[in-house]
Design a binder for this molecule. Structure first.
Ligand code: NAP
Length: 249
């Protein structure tokens, strides 16, 4: 699809990659609706982008957001399912000194699943339903997964959500291809955004040392992959790692 023909929702658009995707799409002439929990952050996006508070984990919020966005954009043919959070922790941990055993909090497991998996699923459901109701085709859904989907220490909740998102990228592509809708996912490696800004410098150095291209990714690196998914009508059903080669190591 041509970027200027897109009527597209971007979730998690107040910060990091989502803000970058929404801005790049707007610059390319797409009609963009940006949703995020952080309504103040949305206001920093360029004028002309539709901005609305959205909690992707709340079904009623998602239903209302998609209906309003479709009305304001004059239709809907694309979604970037980008909103996501981290609540890292080992499943079980034993303190070396005290011997105390601590466990991953159920609330941290649940919240990450609620936002990263249920939220993305509700958004895809509502956007695809809106496309079908208006006989819109072609359409495209881009899921933002993560290379953590391959398994990553201290991230059971995040890994489970991002792996399920990648698997359901294939499921949904199978289900909605007959309606002219493609579904594909981009799985970034570590990217410079507010999500990763607080990382311990030593851990960061160790991580960069494992990336063959020798640097952390930028939102622009990931945008180039998202743009390929949006533009190339032959990209469908798969998840593409974009990580400077980190996951092949
Ligand atoms: P970010 O800078 O933290 O931006 C994420 C945005 O999503 C924030 O504005 C956040 O709002 C919003 N959000 C959180 N919960 C939400 C909810 N329930 N409903 C709507 N919006 C919500 O993160 P990022 O690094 O750009 O990450 C974007 C996506 O890429 C995420 O799905 C992330 O998992 C994925 N990813 C990131 C990396 C990385 O290294 N950065 C790597 C692989 C994959 P608040 O600030 O108010 O929470």
């Amino acid at each position: 699809m041509n970027l200027e023909d897109l009527k597209i929702i971007v979730t998690g658009a107040a910060s990091g990659m989502g803000a970058h995707f929404a801005t790049r799409l707007h610059e390319a002439g797409a009609k963009v609706a940006a949703g995020d929990l952080n309504a103040a952050g949305l206001e920093r996006l360029p004028a002309g982008i539709v901005k609305r508070r959205l909690d992707v984990s709340q079904e009623a919020d998602v239903v209302a957001f998609v209906a309003a966005a479709a009305a304001e954009l004059g239709g809907l043919n694309a979604l970037i399912n980008n909103a996501g959070i981290l609540k890292d922790g080992l499943l079980v941990k034993k303190d070396r000194d005290s011997g105390a055993v601590s466990k991953l909090a159920l609330a941290d497991w649940q919240r990450v699943l609620d936002v990263n998996l249920t939220g993305a699923t509700l958004m895809a459901r509502e956007c695809i339903a809106a496309m079908l109701a208006t006989n819109t085709r072609p359409g495209v859904i881009v899921n933002i997964s993560s290379i953590s989907r391959h398994g990553n220490r201290g991230q059971s909740n995040y890994v489970a959500a991002k792996a399920a998102m990648a698997a359901n990228t294939t499921t949904w592509a199978h289900e909605v291809g007959k309606y002219g809708i493609r579904v594909a996912a981009v799985a970034p490696g570590m990217v410079e955004t507010p999500m990763t800004a607080g990382m311990n410098p030593k851990a960061r150095e160790a991580l960069v040392a494992k990336i063959p291209v020798g640097r952390i990714g930028t939102p622009e690196d990931i945008w180039l992959a998202v743009k390929l998914v949006l533009e190339c009508d032959y990209v469908n059903g798969r998840t593409y790692d974009v990580d400077g080669g980190a996951s092949m190591m």
